[in-house]
Design a protein around this ligand. Structure first.
Ligand SMILES: *Cc1c(COP(=O)(O)O)cnc(C)c1O
Length: 430
């Protein structure tokens, strides 16, 4: 399978080139030029397969000749060596927990797959991976790339308490080939520095820069695995299934839609957002109007101009009616988020994180009008990552999992920068 650019449709490249470039030369996002549906028998027999087998069969057409079977299987093994439990929460509501990876957020899968692919394609020149983060991406990318030969990772994150204490520790205590830069500004400023670096001719002549944000197909596509893995336990299910996905840059839900295109029987997707509601507004008005992002307690979804949405409109061939048939989108504010965390804790003793809480709210809203479906929402981060907000809400302490308890003793190391000029001066030193 080849990838086209969604801007001009002119460039056709293989998986390897798409992964190394990140973004097409014309500035467009890469998208599969054709998608072949999987056999019905594959879907019916998901419950008899391991997660590794499922992942291999799902991803192989997207990788094509770029990686041979045995190496791809090894990469998948390194990517998926943790659990993805599907838990009954209420009648007709299940939660798919995606936070059992090393950095306790769902981004571990995409980040590990990307890191292992890049290391497989290893070119002679060292790759400098630049990543702007509002919290979770940086941690997952750092963890995925830690000690990967031939790579150095520069994480840019906003200072002034915009990432939580645990997130900051995950970004700044890695050492080795991971360098953290704390930017005096907001997430948009971090992203701007990264974008400027990619267009800085002088810098690109010296260094081999790569992006690890979800525009990269190797970070985006492995997220399909979640939906197939969840369905493993639902093959005997009589009811039709809907998924609610807490969404920011819309990479995860877009991977779900590709899973559906591959034949996974999903009736409907709900894109649940915080007050950064560009897409819920689009569903109502048919007009896409990006806005500057606003800060919320579900900080990984503070995105005002979601990059992956063009991929979603491409899936539906730009037909608004078929988009509305398969997808809904709702937004919720911090007050509603905090209230539902408390309500669910009181009712079920289950602790939602602010992102999962928004997924739950979107699902409840949809099921109210469509009660005959079975609803699954994605819990995308462990609540301990946001313990400051959550412990205040529920009035009790969250136990710190062993994956991160050791971080609390480590020293935070970062370089503070104020602007692009300072960034470049520091970068050239490494
Ligand atoms: C990144 C992130 C999201 C949003 O995912 P997108 O693919 O950007 O829509 C949701 N929840 C958490 C915890 C995240 O880290």
């Amino acid at each position: 399978m080849l990838y086209k650019s969604l801007k001009s449709n002119l460039e056709l490249v293989d998986f390897k080139t798409a992964v190394i470039n990140g973004l097409a030369k014309d500035g467009g996002l890469y998208f599969p030029s054709e998608i072949k549906e999987l056999d019905e028998s594959f879907i019916k027999n998901l419950d008899k397969k391991t997660n590794y087998e499922i992942a291999y069969d799902v991803i192989k057409q997207f990788v094509g000749q770029s990686i041979n079977e045995s190496d791809l299987k090894k990469i998948i093994k390194k990517t998926l060596d943790f659990e993805f439990p599907l838990i009954d929460l209420e009648k007709n509501i299940k939660v798919l927990e995606l936070f059992h990876g090393p950095t306790l957020a769902f981004k571990d899968v995409g980040a590990r797959f990307l890191a292992n692919c890049l290391s497989h394609f290893n070119t002679e020149k060292e790759s400098i991976v630049l990543v702007a983060t509002s919290g979770d991406t940086g941690a997952a990318v750092a963890n995925g790339f830690l000690d990967v030969k031939g790579t150095k990772v520069i994480i840019l994150y906003p200072g002034g308490g915009k990432v939580s204490e645990i997130q900051e520790r995950q970004l700044t205590t890695n050492g080795g080939n991971i360098i953290a830069m704390k930017v005096n500004g907001v997430f948009d400023d971090c992203q701007k520095i990264v974008k400027t670096a990619f267009t800085d001719y002088d810098l690109n002549k010296k260094l081999n820069l790569t992006s690890a944000n979800s525009i990269n197909v190797a970070r985006w596509l492995p997220q399909m695995f979640y939906y197939f893995i969840a369905y493993k336990e639902l093959t005997k299910q009589q009811k039709e299934i809907v998924f609610s996905v807490p969404s920011g840059n819309f990479g995860n839900i877009c991977a779900g839609l590709i899973a559906m295109k591959l034949g996974l029987p999903v009736k409907h997707f709900i894109a649940s957002t915080n007050i950064n509601d560009t897409i819920p507004r689009y569903f109502k008005t048919k007009k896409y109007i990006a806005k500057a992002s606003k800060q919320t307690i579900s900080n990984a979804m503070d995105v005002g101009d979601p990059s992956n949405f063009v991929r979603i409109t491409e899936i539906f061939e730009n037909d608004h009616d078929s988009l509305l048939d398969k997808m809904s989108s709702f937004s919720f504010d911090d007050k509603q988020t905090v209230k539902v965390i408390l309500d669910v804790y009181n009712k079920s003793k289950y602790i939602l994180d602010p992102h999962g809480a928004i997924g739950y709210l979107g699902l409840i809203k949809y099921l109210k009008k469509n009660p005959k479906y079975l609803g699954i929402f994605l819990e995308t981060a462990h609540p301990v990552k946001f313990s400051d907000d959550i412990e205040k809400t529920i009035g009790c302490k969250i136990k710190i999992p062993t994956e991160i308890s050791h971080l609390l003793e480590k020293e935070k190391k970062f370089i503070t920068i104020n602007n692009y000029k300072e960034f470049k001066r520091e970068l050239i030193k490494f």
